[in-house]
Design a protein around this ligand. Structure first.
Ligand SMILES: Cc1cc2nc3c(=O)[nH]c(=O)nc-3n(C[C@H](O)[C@H](O)[C@H](O)COP(=O)(O)O)c2cc1C
Length: 212
């Protein structure tokens, strides 16, 4: 029985050693996954997750499969004044690298960073020359991104996983304090969508079936 004082956003996290269901039938989760949809980051507004909700989201994201138990990722939260500072520096870098940028494009860049109340950078932190291949460590960071987005949707927030130019820009990475072996797996933009997104065309999953 859930404690009445625990807010609905705080799920029941297990302790090491707890026995957990290997299968967890949940038609609601299946429907959630079948109907999940990203929302355009630039249009997101408040409310976004508060500190406690963010803590829950990151604890969930940190439960992804992880070969070697290396935790080969870390999370960086951008909100409030820090997000504004980050956006201002990105805008300067963007202006320098895109001198002929049209006003509309510059505004779009600004909106994407300033409108969503919370941005979480998921940083892939690869342990180099480790027996666990780098590729597998990177995949775990991707899983953290997707889990974070799904968990945020399930908590009632809209979101989008993006990289854009910033994930690859040396100056931005430097400003974020990324070390050797670190890459931005994604910026996860979270908030509230002004309207529900429309479904897009989806690929046929049969395309990859082995015909041997
Ligand atoms: C690693 C990664 C990086 C992405 N970067 C961008 C991006 O920079 N810009 C963008 O519009 N979508 C980007 N996307 C796609 C969006 O996350 C999203 O899939 C897209 O908006 C379609 O919505 P859907 O998730 O409902 O299919 C990226 C996806 C992944 C997996």
């Amino acid at each position: 029985m859930a404690d009445a004082a625990v807010p609905p956003s705080a799920p029941d996290f297990p302790q090491p050693g707890d026995r957990l269901p290997a299968a967890n039938p949940s038609p609601e989760t299946l429907s959630f996954l079948a109907r999940r949809r990203s929302a355009a980051a630039a249009a997101l507004t408040a409310p976004g997750p508060d500190a406690e909700q963010l803590n829950t989201l990151l604890r969930i994201a940190a439960r992804v499969p992880d070969h070697g138990k290396l935790a080969p990722w870390r999370f960086m939260i951008f909100e409030d004044e820090a997000k504004e500072r980050f956006a201002a520096i990105c805008e300067k870098i963007y202006a320098a690298r895109t001198p002929g940028a049209e006003a509309g494009q510059v505004q779009m860049e600004r909106d994407r960073l300033l409108n969503p109340p919370v941005i979480i950078a998921v940083v892939s932190s690869v342990l180099e020359n480790h027996k666990i291949p780098e590729w597998e460590q990177i995949l775990s960071a991707g899983a953290a991104c997707m889990t974070l987005l799904n968990a945020a949707n399930a908590m009632g927030f809209a979101g989008q996983w993006r990289t854009d130019w910033m994930a690859y820009d040396p100056q931005v990475k430097d400003m974020m304090g990324l070390r050797s072996g670190e890459r931005v797996a994604g910026f996860i933009y979270l908030g509230t969508a002004p309207e529900d997104p429309v479904e897009r065309k989806r690929p046929d999953p049969q395309i990859g079936a082995w015909k041997g």
